[in-house]
Design a protein around this ligand. Structure first.
Ligand code: DOR
Ligand code: ZN
Length: 346
């Protein structure tokens, strides 16, 4: 088959680590990984070592991201004490929502107390969504708060059947909720495969059971889950080989190939890929059109993950050695060719 053309893909959930952890990734290397993976627009999370919870920190990030090869948007963060900053940033075009950590993960932004969560939801008086990392009963609480304060809610990296059911139920009642799933939660389930990965298979939320995995694919098909988001969370090999490894896996360079493998396996259609990686994230986060920007790939062409190495600074993938389909061959970003024959030409 010949090359098919798609609009630049959108990854609404990445951790590009700058500032503060540039030994793992920075805006330049992270954006190279994005382009190599077919993504021309990514949105960066606020859980840096010094988190993005003030306007000054956000402006610093916006400046640092000027070296990126693709477009980079940002989520603002909260530690439960910075609500007076919200109105200073929510109208900025670079801001696409507020990220709230209701469950434990990398960084110090966890909000445990329900009263504080209430104040956060009440204070984010914007059409831009609140995104939550909220597992199990924490998700139930977030859904209730979003309903109470009429806030748009995006549920990040949903991973369990019970969470899918909660989202399906409130969506059926008409609540303005959307959800994303990661390629690793779609692809892996708890069992020998993931145990072999050892520290490289540790992430938050953790990988679910076969039953959870089945529920995720089903929810993607029936529209309960709206988007695929990579949660690109690079850590060095050294950090992943420690006794208590950091949580997270890189995903920018493998998500598209995994989705076209799912097409090949008959799970989803090419039109679905476009929906999960472009039209739906564009609608949810109100992402502007990117002119003269497209990706070309052959969705029938198989390739071995890792064979030509990685652009991400961390230099590994949990999917290494697997056969995916449709590796991006060409990326043109705002009229400029950045990827040719699968290689960055910047
Ligand atoms: O596994 C994860 N790693 N999950 C998250 O939510 C955060 C991320 C990180 O920043 O490393
Ligand atoms: Zn994340």
């Amino acid at each position: 088959m010949s090359l098919q053309r798609f609009p630049g893909f959108i990854d609404a959930h990445v951790h590009l680590r700058e500032p503060g952890a540039t030994h793992k990734e920075d805006f330049y290397t992270g954006s190279r990984a994005a382009i190599a993976g077919g993504f021309t627009f990514v949105i960066d999370m606020p859980n840096n070592p010094i988190p993005t919870i003030t306007k000054e920190r956000l402006e610093e990030k916006i400046n640092l991201a000027k070296k990126a090869l693709c477009d980079v948007g940002f989520y603002f963060g909260t530690d439960g004490k910075n609500m007076n900053e919200f109105s200073k940033v929510w109208n900025l075009p670079q801001v696409f929502g507020l990220k709230v950590y209701c469950s434990h993960t990398t960084g110090d932004l966890l909000i445990e107390d329900e009263q504080t969560l209430k104040e956060i939801f009440s204070s984010w008086n914007s059409e831009k969504p609140i995104l939550v990392h909220a597992e199990k009963d924490r998700l139930m609480m977030a859904l209730k708060l979003a309903e109470k304060f009429s806030r748009r809610l995006h549920v990040c990296h949903i991973s369990l059947k019970e969470e899918v059911e909660m989202v399906r139920e409130v969506k059926q009642r008409g609540q303005k909720v959307t959800a994303g799933v990661t390629p690793h939660h779609l692809y892996f389930s708890r069992g020998p495969g993931i145990f072999l990965l050892k520290g490289y298979g540790e992430m938050k939320p953790p990988i679910g059971t076969k039953d959870d995995q089945k529920a995720l694919w089903q929810a993607l098909k029936d529209g309960t889950i709206d988007i695929v988001e990579t949660d690109h969370a690079p850590h060095t090999k050294e950090e992943k080989e420690k006794d208590s490894p950091f949580f997270g896996v890189p995903g920018l360079e493998t998500a598209v190939g995994l989705m076209f493998k799912a097409v090949k396996d008959g799970r989803i259609t090419i039109a679905d890929v476009l929906k999960y990686l472009n039209t739906n994230p564009r609608k949810i986060f109100n992402i502007p059109e990117q002119l003269d920007t497209f990706v070309e790939l052959d969705s029938e062409k198989e390739y071995l993950v890792g064979k030509i190495g990685y652009e991400t600074k961390c230099g590994w993938s949990p999917f290494e050695g697997m056969n995916f389909f449709g590796k991006p061959e060409t990326v043109v970003f705002r009229g400029k060719k950045l990827l040719e024959g699968g290689k960055i030409i910047n």
